[in-house]
Design a protein around this ligand. Sequence first.
Ligand code: ADP
Ligand code: MG
Length: 670
Amino acid sequence: MIKTVKSINLKDKRVIMRVDFNVPMKDGVVQDDTRIVAAIPTIKYILAQGAKTLTLMSHLGDPSKDAEKAKTKAEKDGKAFDLDKYIKGKHRMAPIAVYLQKKLGKTATVVFAGEDGCYKKKAVIDGQKPGTVIMLENTRFHKEETAKDAKDLDKLAKALAEYGDIFVNDAFGTAHRDHASTASIAKFVPVSVAGFLMEKEVNYLEPIVTSPVKPLVAIIGGAKVSSKIAVLESLLKNASALVIGGGMAYTFLKAQGKKVGKSLVEDDQIDTAKKILEAAKKAAVEIVLPVDHVGAEKFDAAAKPVAVAAVNIPDKLMGMDVGPKTVVLYKKVLSTAKTIVWNGPVGVFEFDAFAKGTEEIAKLVAAATANGVITVVGGGDSVAAVNKFMLASKMSHVSTGGGASLELLEGKKLPGIEVTRSRDCFIAGNWKMHMTRPEAANLAKALVRSLKTGKHKYLVAPSFTALETVGGIIKGSNIQLGAQNCAAEEQGAHTGEVSVLQLKDLGVHTIILGHSERRHTYKEDDALINKKVKLALKHGFEVILCIGETLEEREKGKVEAVCKRQTEKGLEGVTLNDLSKVTIAYEPVWAIGTGKTATPADAQAAHKFVRALVEKLYGSQAAKQIVIQYGGSVKPENAAQLMAMEDIDGALVGGASIKAETFVPIAKCN
Ligand code: ADP
Ligand code: MG
């Protein structure tokens, strides 16, 4: 879940916020204020909450690259080039500050921090009256902003972090960039959250890839297959139909052996197109390609449109838009959808003679919205098309980020979003060696019913014998299936053991490893547990790694030493990437099954220590994100108190998990 400004206290706080004010400029005049306007709700909210100062930062074009291009062009055209004037008119933030002041009116005073850059502004910021908005100069005047090297990124990020107690990222348009002001800064501020624009974008775009309201129909168009392969592959997972239009359709038609005339075709992508068609067939995803076209003899706004009534295109023509029969076909497919995602125009909509198909699609999607379908439009040109037809307000969501929305639809993790994610509250039930299959089935059914409305992440780990039964019952619910252990080998002569391959076969999602009973009763040591952790991760499982000290160790003051050893050894050889699949469960062994509980403060101290350890091993971002469960006589009476602690992110519940009456209240605690 991403965390937003709504979830934190902003009163008297200094806020540093990344916005995307990368608006088109001409001679210092804003040409299109969409992006500025889009950030205003978050700005106003922060001010209304009584923030002490609100410092805004953004890039605006790319000064050095843009200037280089403009200079070359001027030289070619034989014109004089005035670098200072060019930069002033296109890249300086001062006019944006003035523009923002106009937009905010009496809400707040906007101060421009100066043309000398983003460093050393702490005194200027801290010297402002409470409630002032400070606009920093274009972050891209500093080469550190976009540096490849973490050291350089961190140099600027640290300086920017000085200006805030809280970092707010509302710059969705740059969320896919791993830059100093979009992501690195989060390493150096205590709290990082998203603004409302970012929240809305993520809330609409992310579920398309993770859990769309089905059926999902995707319309993918635009010029090239090559730029849309990843998004096509990603959408194949959830869509019932893929509508393919625009220039890229001709590569697909050619792959099917159709005649495409002079249409845009990427010959090196024909194999890819074939593969996608094949994969769609396997996944039973319907592919809808154009069946007629509007052609032209040349790619030109003034070219004469020629109707091509069939799928094959004559040699002298190129396909510029889809024809009327195709639109009828599109309409039929779109009428089956509960969610529609649209990326890429289906024709050369910039030329009026070839804009009809795209306009018809826009109308169909707008009509679907009115019928309650969730409709999401992403991609720079698709959004431009929807705006051109004045239908933007008729869609559920029109994304403000071209590249960022495409990457989200590809299923990628975006750096600027990841830094605003808060940890899941993860409640797991370890059923140990309890219950026969019918008993386990009853409990599973009760939990599915009761936890339907639960907001946390859930898991139950029945005994091996009940995995299949319980797995069948919780399938499709919000409860994941866990196993309590696995063998350290994939297969072979290991009497009495159960392997990862067998667990995979049963649909197990997560494996609990290093549980205190495995460590102490069955004498599993750190090396063996580490071997199991690595094997489980290699096979795509998530892992709950249990750690914790015995009473004797606690009394000797060894809590930290034991946690350190078990964490370090347990995670030895686990990559940063795999760490995202690891949850740590801190179980003070003396509090398991004894009815004794660590006080919330004791538990918090141990969790904080473990998190700091993860930071040393994997860096601050990983430490912020790793989920650390508490396990040690968690009961309905103490669950909420424990979970309220800063570093306690859930619970691994033992005894109290084998009855719905005790597990459900824990699972639903706030
Ligand atoms: P988005 O920005 O929405 O992701 P793309 O950048 O992928 O979309 O593609 C948009 C471009 O595709 C537009 O400039 C449009 O003119 C072009 N296009 C659409 N149909 C055709 C076609 N039949 N032939 C050539 N180009 C096309
Ligand atoms: Mg584009």
